[in-house]
Structure formats: C-alpha cells, structure tokens
Ligand binder design. Structure first.
Ligand code: S3P
Length: 449
C-alpha cells in the first residue's frame, strides 16, 4: 500500500484465531521529532527503526527542503545532517505534508522564528484541519501567516525577523501545539514558557533534553509548565525509535475480539502519556498482560500479550485519560461493540478535528455494522453486543488511517465481516498492517472498486 494513490477498497472476514508475534513499526510521533530535531542539530544524527510511513517520509522531504541532508540507509536506518538552530534555508517549493497534522504543525513551529518564508499544503484531510491553533501562538513570536479561512492550508508563514520569546497557555490538550511553540522557542532569545492544563505526550520535551537543550518542567497551579532556554546548540544524537503503542493497539484489540486468539506484541513503549488504552482495556476485563517489564532509553517498555476476551464489560472512560489515548478511541469503540454493556467516552472534543471527525465517522460506521451509538459534541456512548456484532457494511474512511484499520479489525470479529472504501491511508502510519495481520491469521483482502 502506498499513500496518495488511487483508492484500494478492502474487506475483512470473521477470522480464525489470531496467533503469533506482531512486530509493529516505529513510533510515529518520535519519528517525526527525530527528523526535525536532527535537522536542527549541528552534525549527524543517526536514527534506527524510523517509521517509514507516508507521514514521516513527508517530514523527511520537508527537512531536505529546509536544507538538511536526510539519507535512508535501508532497513530502518536513517541519518540526518542538520543545519543547526536558526540554520533553516528558505524552501524553493511548497512543502506538502500529505496527511500529517503532526508533520505540518511541528515544522511550522520549527521554521517560524527564522527569517524565511514557507508555504505549506496537504491532502484533502489535512487541508480541512484547523491551523489557527498553531499560527496564533507563532504570531506572538513575530511570525506572520496567510492561510485560507480559519487558518486552513494551504498557508504561508513569514518567519519572524527577530523573534521574541513567548509565554503561552495552550488552550486545548494538544501535543502538536505545545511542540510547535517549543520548537519555535528554540530560535528565540531568552526563555519560552508553555503551560498545558493536562499533560499530553511529552516526546518533544524528552527529546529536546536528549539533544542538549536546557528545559525545565514544573507542576504549577496553572498546569504543567515547560520552560525552554532559547538559542541552544543542539547536539546530534543516536536514536533508537521505540515501537508505536498506537499501532500496537490494532493487533492487541484484534486478539481480544477474535475467538481463540493469543498474540504477543513485543517492545512496546508504555510512556504514561501514551499508554491509556491498555489500562482502559484492562479495566474492561481484557486478558491483556504486560510481560518482561523493563526500562529502555528512560521509558517503560513491555511485551504485550493479548488473548481472546469474551467477558469484557463496557466502562466509563475517565476524561482525564483522554490525552493518553486520544488516537485510540476509534479502536476502543470497536472493542466496546464486542463487550457487554455501554462504554461511555467523555471529554473527547479533540476527536472531531483529527484526520477525520472521528466521533461522527466511527458512529456512522458502527451503526452500519449494527451497533447502537449515541453522540454529543464531546462525548459518545457505544452499546456493546456481547460478541455478536453483525458487521457486513461498507464504511467510508475519509482519508483516515485509524478509521480504516479500526473497521478492518471489526470485520475480523463480526458475523458478516466488514469493508472499507479505501485502505490506502493505512500507509501513513502502519505500512505493514495488511501483511502483519495476515501473518497472524486474519482474513483480510483487497477488493475491486
Ligand atoms: C501527536 C499529537 C496528537 C495525536 C497525533 C500525534 C504528536 O495530536 O493525535 O496523532 O505527535 O504530537 P494533537 O496534538 O492534535 O492532540
């Protein structure tokens, strides 16, 4: 599967037991940041296990356009010869970030405090997503932006001539916005302060420290406060990208709903800002265990073992957990359809501005599969069918990889399977999804339009 091509409709059928080992690819969030921070360092960063999904490849192309040398050595090994903080060159062409909100928002932050101009665009999904949430704080540094209505792409940023540091309280729980402000703060003199009410994924903070930036994190009355000292000289790093918990979620959840399954998903990072789904599944009564718990590169890591779990119960998912599993609600709603009772998910407004409106698109597809769903602006409830989900519908995936994978997993446990109109978006984050799931024993195939 490769992105940006003609649609590839796909179908999954009720599958035989899924068994064996699922080696999922590298973490998407960390892969983007490894390329961007490598480009902002002086010298050569080496990256092992980079996710070679379309989103990350687009960020690699963008870093080349800003003057860094990005080389693929094969087998997941990459190097980035960086230009240093403040060293970005003006790109000669429009930067196309494809489907990636993380890519475009972090790169806009990284260039906004350099005296260069860049124009950004993306695919039909990305060009609908709100960018004002990033261009607003970037304007405080002195950058100007000219986009379509409500700050949508295509959008041009004229970087600040002489950036000033900012103090910014992020108005929504968003690691992308937080990261854009921190990356912009790198090329501003003095201290940039970012405050978030709830902790979101902290890869940018951890990696900035690894690259040698001076950064302090404090819990305050206002929230989690991050103070970054500007104009550091970032030192190149050797990075081993951990495997992506958000990708691990798919084989794990498939094993829980397909009768007789027993799947091992090794080496998954359990950073508390990312692992919320796994604890939620355990709260629902899933047979999901963490084996060989250890620490690698300062992060908790475990091998996940997931077994068929016919007795899962719907639960109330605490809004406080939302940030740590924000990308996992689509697949959680699939598991909830197979549980008994109602799963209530609240405080999840952000789902409406992801690659698609994930509440609306999941609710539409689940209803077509025979599941009762209620929804409101920032909540939804899924009524479980105790293992007997009818399925048998075709769902529109709206250029959203996680919608596509979620419904293919649903079909593996549903009576009549499930189809999607387009499997191409899967390649943005999980290019080996089809082969990995087939290897575990899933019945999944491409169909004719
Ligand atoms: C990401 C942050 C989250 C998440 C996205 C990756 C990141 O987005 O949904 O898939 O790498 O920073 P928001 O910051 O919009 O919540």
């Amino acid at each position: 599967m490769s992105g940006h091509g003609a649609a590839i409709p796909m179908t999954s059928q009720k599958s035989d037991p899924l068994t064996g080992q699922a080696d999922v690819p590298g973490d998407k969030s960390i892969s983007h940041r490894a390329l961007i921070l490598g480009a902002l360092s002086v010298g050569e960063t080496h990256i092992q296990g980079l996710l070679e999904g379309d989103d990350v490849l687009d960020t690699g192309k963008a870093m080349r356009a800003f003057g860094a040398e990005v080389i693929n050595h094969g087998g997941g090994a990459w190097s980035v010869h960086g230009v240093g903080v403040g060293g970005f060159a003006e790109p000669a062409h429009v930067i196309d970030c494809g489907n990636s909100g993380t890519g475009v928002r972090l790169i806009m932050g990284a260039m906004a405090t350099s005296p260069i101009t860049a124009t950004f665009t993306g695919d039909g999904s990305l060009n609908k997503r709100p960018m004002g949430r990033v261009t607003d704080p970037l304007s405080l540094f002195g950058a100007q932006s000219y986009g379509r209505s409500e700050g949508r792409l295509p959008l041009t940023i004229v970087g600040a001539l002489e950036a000033i540091p900012v103090r910014y309280q992020v108005p929504m729980p968003s690691a992308q916005v937080k990261s854009a402000v921190l990356l912009a703060g790198l090329n501003a003199p003095g201290q940039t302060v970012v405050i978030e009410k709830e902790a979101t994924r902290d890869h940018t903070e951890r990696m900035l420290v690894g690259f040698g930036a001076e950064l302090m994190v404090e819990d305050t009355k206002e929230g989690r406060m991050i103070t970054l000292s500007g104009l550091p000289e970032l030192r190149p790093q050797d990075i081993i990208v951990p495997r992506d918990p958000s990708s691990a979620a798919f084989p794990v959840c498939a094993a829980l709903i397909v009768e007789g399954s027993d799947v091992l998903v090794p080496n998954i990072g359990l950073n508390p800002t990312r692992a919320g789904l796994f604890y939620t599944l355990q709260d629902m009564g899933a047979d999901l265990t963490f084996e060989n718990m250890r620490e690698e590169g300062g992060e908790p890591v475990a091998d996940l073992r997931a077994k068929y779990s016919p007795n899962m119960q719907g639960i109330e998912v605490a809004p406080e957990r939302a940030a740590s599993m924000i990308d996992e609600y689509p697949i959680l709603s699939v598991v909830a359809s197979f549980a008994s009772g109602v799963t209530r998910m609240h405080g999840v407004k952000e789902l409406r501005v992801k690659e698609s409106d994930r509440i609306e698109v999941m609710a539409t597809g689940l209803r077509a599969a025979g599941v009762t769903v209620e929804e409101g602006p920032d909540w939804w409830h899924v009524h479980g069918l105790e293992g007997s989900v009818p399925g048998g519908a075709v769902v529109a995936t709206h250029l959203d990889h996680r919608i596509a994978m979620s419904f293919l997993i649903l079909g593996m446990g549903a009576k009549n399977g499930m189809s999607i109109d387009d499997g191409v978006p899967v390649a943005t984050s999980f290019p080996i999804f089809e082969s990995l799931m087939t290897h575990l024993g899933a019945s999944i195939r491409r169909t004719q339009p």
